[in-house]
Each structure stands twice: as C-alpha cells, then as structure tokens.
Design a protein around this ligand. Structure first.
Ligand code: HEM
Length: 374
C-alpha cells in the first residue's frame, strides 16, 4: 500500500473531499465571495502573528514599535501592508458576500442560522478592523477612537457599561491594552468559532439553489472542476493582495502626542457612510441607533421574508430596502472619502437620501411589475 492510500485510509480525504459533488450554479464569482473572505481571514491570522512579535501595546511605545516594523524589521513593511490590505479586503468581501446572500434570499428556511451566524461574523469582522486601526496610535486613529467612545457613551442605559468595556479606567494605557487583547485574542477567537458554525451549517444545508429556473440544483463533481477554479481564484486574489501591498505600503501617519490638540479623526472607509451623517450635524444617538436597528432587521429577516419566489424581482419590498441601503452606502462612503475634515450640508444629505430611495423604489417595483414571476 502506498503512502497516499495509507493516509487516505485514515483521513478519508478522497471520499469526503475530492469525490464531493458541487452545484453547477456555484461556478460563479458571486458564490466565491464567502470563500475569499475566509482566505483574507487566514492571511490576517498569519500576518497578525508576525506583527504581534514586535508590537508593544503601551501608549509610549505603540507607534514606535509600528515604525520599527515599518522601517527596520526585514519584510516588516510588507507583512504590515499585507495585514492592512487583507483587513480591507476581508471587510469588502464580507460585505459583497452579504449583499449576494441578501439579494438571493439565501436566508430562507432552513438557512436562517447560516445567515444569523454570518451577521455575527460580519459584526466581529468590523470590530476586528476598528480595534486594529486604533493600535497604530497615530493622531488620526486616536481621534477616531475618541469619536467612537463619545458615541458609545451616549447610548441610553448601556452606554456607560460599554464605555467601561472599551476603555477601562479611561487612561490611554488601559485602552490600548484592552484594544490589543480584543484585537488579537478575543475577537479573532470568537470569529473563528462563529465561522466554524457558519461552515458547519453550510455543510449540513448546502448552499441555496438558483433563484430562478424552478430552483433546480444540477450537481457536478467538485474535483477537478470547481477545485481548479477555486485554486485559481485563491492565487489570483493573493496575487492582487501581494502586488497592492508591495506598490502602496500601508501608511504610518503622525505620532499621537497627548500635549498637542487632536486633529480631525477619519474613520475607516466602512464607517464613512455613517460618519457623513455626523459631519452633517445629525444627532449622534441617531447615527448609532440606525446600524443597531439595521442589524436587528437583518437578524429578523429570515422570519419575515418567507413567502414567494427567491428572485429579487418577486420580493420588491426587500429588494427596495436592499437597493436603498447598498446605493446609500456606496454614495455616502464616496462622499466621505472626498470630504476629509470637512462638514457636509444637511440639506444635501437629505435630498440625496430622498433621491436614492425614490430610484430604488422605482427600480424594485418597476422590475416586479415588468419582470413577472420567476
Ligand atoms: C465574515 C466572514 C464570512 C465568511 C468567511 C463566510 C463564508 C461563507 C462561505 C465560504 C459560504 C459558502 C458559499 C458562498 O461563498 O457563497 C457562505 C455561505 C453563506 N453565508 Fe457566509 N461568510 C461570512 C459572512 C457572512 C455574512 C456577513 C452573511 C450575511 C449575513 C453570510 C451569510 C451566508 C449565507 C446565508 C450563506 C449560504 C449561501 C447560500 O445558501 O447561497 N455570511 N459563507
């Protein structure tokens, strides 16, 4: 018996992996978004271990230790940039994967908990990004931390408890050691467990069938067809990540100095669509309440949207909501990117919101009326 057969008798790799069947409709980039999100999570974990060797979570040394990684440690700048960009890609791909599963109503029975564990994974991903952004301890990140803590503190009832969890006694040294522990242990550990459950549920219920053509699932062998495609996709994604990290290294910014007044903080791009509302003078409590209510809406979604076909044109109301949110996020993120440190007129924001809502409404219900049942 050869080594391969001997190993396979123990691991049952051939039977459980290579002989697996895969649905034909999964041969589509839209169905690779979750897998790519996981790929970037792995890159995060690997590069994060190397960064943790040099990083020092104290207000005096944090920035200098990142500067040392950037300028002195061999390949330090590259590994740091890989960590930075894979974080951005992980959030981006989780978001795109979320949009894909939303518009194909993949949350319908029996995948309610695949969806809910996905939401939890998404929230943990964002929190990982936020805590990591703060660790550099440059002027922008400290200002952004102050904005978030100010927002959290104003939440009725639970605001002070959440603030204590975030910053402890309130000293910068307490804050940094907490953010470091959250970023390197608690959040990735929780994310790993939640993803394990997400994958288990996908294994049990498989992915949902096609949204149209009667929803019939045609199965094809996973190996070599889908396998080769996935390996090619992984190499392509890693290639893009490596090139970007090499060409545009992550920035270091200016060291935070407690004696100097803090400049204007700019959050990460995935918070910008909310941040523009703060810049327009909308009540901070409202800006916190909107994402909380949206998360609640998404958690309850599988129990509300149960009837009719899964095609987006058969679910005009949910398509309308999804389109309004997607377009708003895209427009306001862009708006935030082009107006760093500037305020935005509230009137313009309200007008644009009305416009986006009207366009989404016309499109969703128009498609429903013209498209018929699919
Ligand atoms: C944050 C990290 C996440 C990872 C690594 C991940 C990974 C995956 C993978 C690999 C799949 C298999 C099929 C596919 O890629 O489309 C999948 C399916 C699924 N995911 Fe995620 N996911 C994540 C977040 C989310 C989020 C934020 C949601 C939505 C709230 C979500 C909801 C789902 C659903 C409903 C399915 C089943 C898809 C179907 O039946 O068509 N996931 N996920």
């Amino acid at each position: 018996m050869g080594v391969i057969e001997w190993l396979d008798e123990r691991f049952k790799f051939y039977e459980n992996f290579l002989r697996m069947k895969a649905p034909r409709h999964a041969f589509n980039p839209m169905y690779s978004l979750g897998g790519l999100t996981f790929l970037f999570f792995i890159v995060q974990a690997v590069t994060g271990v190397f960064l943790a060797i040099y990083y020092q979570p104290s207000p005096e040394y944090a920035y200098d230790s990142v500067a040392r990684i950037t300028y002195e440690v061999r390949y330090g700048n590259f590994v740091r940039s890989l960590h930075f960009y894979s974080a951005q890609f992980m959030v981006l791909f989780a978001l795109l994967h979320f949009i894909r599963t939303y518009f194909t109503a993949s949350y319908r029975k029996p995948r309610e908990f695949t969806w809910i564990t996905g939401i939890l994974a998404g929230v943990l991903t964002i929190l990982c990004g936020y805590t990591g952004y703060s660790l550099i301890f440059n002027t922008i990140s400290v200002a952004a931390v102050r904005i978030v803590i100010g927002l959290v503190r104003d939440i009725p009832l639970i605001g002070s408890v959440l603030t204590d969890i975030l910053q402890g006694t309130g000293s910068l040294s307490d804050l940094l050691s907490r953010y470091f522990t959250y970023h390197t242990l608690l959040l990735p550990g929780a994310l790993f467990l939640v993803l394990a459950l997400h994958f288990y549920l996908i294994r049990v219920h498989h992915i949902s069938g096609p949204v149209s053509e009667g929803g019939k699932v045609e199965e094809v062998p996973f190996f070599p067809n889908l396998f080769v495609l996935e390996v090619a996709g992984i190499f392509f994604a890693l290639g893009v990540l490596f090139i970007i990290s090499n060409m545009f290294p992550a920035e270091l910014g200016e060291k935070f100095n407690p004696l100097k007044p803090l400049g204007v903080g700019e959050p990460e791009w995935y918070f910008l669509s909310l941040y523009v509302f703060l810049k327009a003078g909308v009540l901070p409590l409202l800006v916190v309440l909107v994402p909380v209510l949206l998360i609640l809406f998404f958690v309850l979604l599988p129990f509300m949207d149960k009837r009719g076909g899964r095609h987006p044109c058969n679910r005009p109301f949910y398509t309308f909501i999804g389109l309004t949110l997607t377009l708003s996020m895209a427009i306001y993120t862009y708006w935030g990117l082009i107006t760093p440190g500037q305020s935005i007129p509230l009137g313009d924001l309200i007008l644009s919101l009305i416009f986006v809502t009207a366009v989404s409404f016309a499109f969703s219900y128009g498609w429903h009326l013209l498209g018929g049942e699919r």
